[in-house]
Design a protein around this ligand. Sequence first.
Ligand code: HEM
Length: 367
Amino acid sequence: MDINSTLQALRDPFGVPFFPWVFQLLMVLTFALHILFVNLVVGGIAVAVYEHFKGGDFNRRLSKALAQVSTINLSVAIVLGVAPLLFVQVIYDPFWYVSNTLSAWWAMIFLLVVALGFLATYVFYLKRKKNPQGYGLFGGLALVFVLCAGIIISALSVQALVPGQWLEWYTANGGLVTTGTSLYRFELGRFTHFMVPAFINIGIFMMLYAWYFRPRSDFDGAYLDWVGRSGARMAKIAAMIQVVVGFWWLLTVPADLHFMKNPFLWVGAALGLLLLVGLMKAENEPDRYAIPMALLSFVAILGMGTAREALRMTYLGVFEYSIYDYPVNVDWGSTALFFGTFVMGLVVIAYPMIVAFKLGRGTLTES
Ligand code: HEM
């Protein structure tokens, strides 16, 4: 049996319970949300650790705020990771499962490092109140664990794209390798391309922070000015670096895939450039640009996520695999339940979020 028909045979014989393009759309959307929060965690902890060790009134204050918010952002990033995980397992099951069994130990180590990263982030935030010096190290540790998790998931994603190499990996050393102890393929350019935006997005987050707390009389205006300007500058520099990293990754994509001709790639790249132009203007007026830059950044992340999905389709097209011909066996009951609970969930969390937003900003009025 050749690899193309193996991939067809590995599909779920029951087919998918709804149209594959719907799963694909939701996968790209939820991946964009996931990676946004991953960025806020990586950037948030990195800046918190840096400012913590740098010292100074403003620096320590910002460090504490970022350490605190990183605990929440990490929870959200993990929860939002589950959504694309479910979708990728539905429409790309042959690829995801093979990649995960080839590196089964790493798939489990991933869970461990996520849990350790979570604990370290909490220790960094909570315990350092008593011992400001020592606990800064936990921030560094949290960053290492979170980055390890990212490296593992990125390797699993990349391994899933190259079915042509699976046999070689399964039969290394002339025998059958079923230990699952190796990670076989990792692309630094690709990973860096998902990590540099951590500094774009945490920079924009700092602009939002300055904008959000501005109406509060208990916040020092000079501190907010410093946070907003530093955030805008960092975001701008990171966006410039991201352009270079983007081309670096692109050059590592096999030329015979002709991905350079893919329009989704150039739409994604154009959105990234637009963000860079916006950030160049934002440095002088961070408060004014905070909301537009946050929205534009999310659109750029969506563009990047769409290009990433187009790249996956290009890789797998070589093996004549398309999710659009996945057998469909529509199950209206589970679909209605899914969308019903999704909409209900949004309605339920909207109210406490609005209240929390107004409370934190000091703009909640009695009516
Ligand atoms: C907390 C640390 C985490 C970091 C730093 C992280 C980072 C990343 C990165 C960089 C990617 C893109 C990989 C690539 O395409 O090369 C990614 C994708 C993904 N992550 Fe996370 N992630 C984390 C946690 C999680 C968790 C806890 C889950 C699941 C519960 C998860 C599920 C996923 C999924 C499903 C994908 C997409 C896989 C695909 O489409 O092939 N992640 N993550």
